[in-house]
Design a protein. Structure first.
Length: 481
């Protein structure tokens, strides 16, 4: 919710992949992951389904009579796209029983089952109760998805699944070395979302510097509109625009140092400048009154109703707020404003990365079935269905012919084209979920934006949290390579 990744083939290579993806105008949308989970190593696991026979139509060797269980996060993308893909699985394996469920309570529903060694076969590990990926990987609770990636694609047996994916998707699912633990089904653009119609009504252009941002917010305030709102109850949405701003101001290395939990990484001048800039929004009264008490839906609804001009979010917001966004809203997204001409990276620097993480538990009874369901979802037909229904592109590199792109999706494509190679991909929220969401987000950023901490106090507190995480031997640590 990034910059590089973690082994020899990533680093500059990962950035090049992102650059290529941006140059091609690729965009998509994730659900995001939120609170942490403490995964334990669990029990002995349930009885595995007997492997099926591998054939051209069944390259993963799925047991065609085995039950397959799929649990989806019921969020901004809804569940219809997944249910449609399940119907294809049921058609391909008519003797199999599929148990499908959608919930917003991923951690509280599934953590006990991981601990008991009885997890589902496929999980969309997203939402406010996302289980901590770093913990799951560190405790060997996930299956390596390499067999899926090396299997023939659903549409073209001459192509492996991995060869049909958008650049960077495979790398994002890696933590250390070659195994791929996560398949991010969507490709998301994070940034500052707004109504172009509302901005036009102020006779203003999107601000490129912070002085310009404050001027636009002042104009909005005179017309009875707040400059900003955000998910006050879930302030880890703030980094969707704050982190790429820090990268723009100080360079990619600042974000990498933060991800690596390096000493004093949060004390970099770029962090100080950006925190002070955001704090100005509070001090000048440019944040919608009552925002600290709003959840993501409430803040998005207020924004869609024109009560606030800007909101930090990901590209799933177009679908999640479809029922409240007016038809003439003219939804748009932009990279964050910078400080001034001294910024290390140009205007347009944006955060974009894979999102909506799907996992197959190591102790699943039918892991082949879980991977086969993903293989189906990565077909052209399923990808097209997803894009048409939820206003997002998938990890599948294609599937847009004949699909009309919505205003937000068009804007996201334009934002990526403007960014070019200046796409960042912070990994803190992937590697250390509890640190990012509960401590940095709720414990510091939320407090600062509510006026209960100064920027200096927030930075000191966050650096303390990061130092604690760096010294915590009970968690696995990851670094950019």
């Amino acid at each position: 919710m990034g910059s590089t990744a973690h082994h020899d083939r990533e680093g500059v290579g990962r950035r090049e992949l992102i650059r290529r993806s941006a140059a091609l105008g690729l965009v998509a949308v994730p659900g995001m992951g939120l609170l942490s989970a403490c995964a334990s190593s669990g029990g002995d696991g349930q009885n595995k389904a007997k492997a099926g026979k591998k054939t051209a139509k069944n390259p993963l060797g799925v047991n065609d009579t085995a039950k397959m269980e799929f649990v989806l996060f019921d969020g901004g993308f809804g569940k219809e796209y997944a249910q449609d893909a399940v119907k294809i699985y049921e058609k391909d394996f008519p003797k199999a029983t599929v148990k499908f469920a959608a919930t917003q309570k991923i951690q509280s529903t599934l953590q006990p089952r991981f601990n008991q060694g009885d997890p589902p076969d496929l999980i969309d590990n997203s939402g406010a109760e996302q289980m901590d990926m770093g913990v799951l990987v560190g405790k060997n609770q996930l299956a390596d998805l390499t067999p899926l990636l090396d299997a023939p694609s659903y549409d073209d047996p001459s192509k492996k699944v991995r060869d049909t994916l958008r650049p960077g998707i495979v790398e994002m699912g890696q933590f250390d070395g070659e195994p791929v633990w996560i398949l991010y089904y969507a490709y998301t653009v994070y940034g500052v979302w707004y109504s172009q119609k509302a901005l036009d009504s102020l006779d203003a252009e999107y601000p490129k510097t912070w002085d310009e941002m404050l001027q636009v917010c002042a104009k909005a305030k005179k017309k009875g509109m707040a400059g900003w709102t955000y998910a006050g109850k879930y302030p880890y949405y703030i980094p969707f625009s704050l982190y790429p701003m820090i990268g723009k101001v100080g360079g990619r290395g600042v974000l990498d140092a933060i991800d690596n939990l390096e000493p004093n990484a949060w004390k970099h001048p770029a962090v100080k400048a950006c925190f002070e800039a955001y704090y100005e929004l509070f001090k000048k009264g440019y944040v919608l009154q009552g925002t600290p008490g709003l959840d993501h839906i409430q803040s998005q609804t207020a924004w869609a109703k024109g009560e606030a001009l800007f909101i930090p979010n990901g590209s799933w917001v177009e679908n999640e707020s479809a029922n409240v966004i007016p038809a003439d809203f003219d939804l748009a997204v932009s990279a964050p404003s910078g400080i001034d001409s001294s910024d290390k990276m140009p205007f347009g620097t944006i955060w974009a990365s894979g999102g909506e993480p799907f996992i197959v538990p190591a102790k699943a009874a039918n892991p082949e079935g879980g991977m086969e369901q993903l293989r189906i979802m990565l077909s052209e037909a399923s990808s097209k269905n997803f894009t048409a229904k939820v206003k997002s592109l998938t990890a599948y590199n294609g599937g847009t012919s004949g699909v009309e792109l919505t205003p937000g999706l068009k804007s996201g494509v334009a934002a990526l084209q403007l960014a070019g190679s200046n796409v960042v991909n912070p990994r803190l929220q992937d590697w250390y979920v509890q640190l990012e969401k509960e401590k940095i987000g709720v414990g510091a950023l939320g407090e600062m934006m509510a006026g209960r901490l100064t920027p200096a106090e927030a930075i000191k507190k966050i650096q303390g949290f990061a130092d604690e995480a760096a010294k915590d031997t009970s968690i696995k640590h990851y670094k950019h390579q």
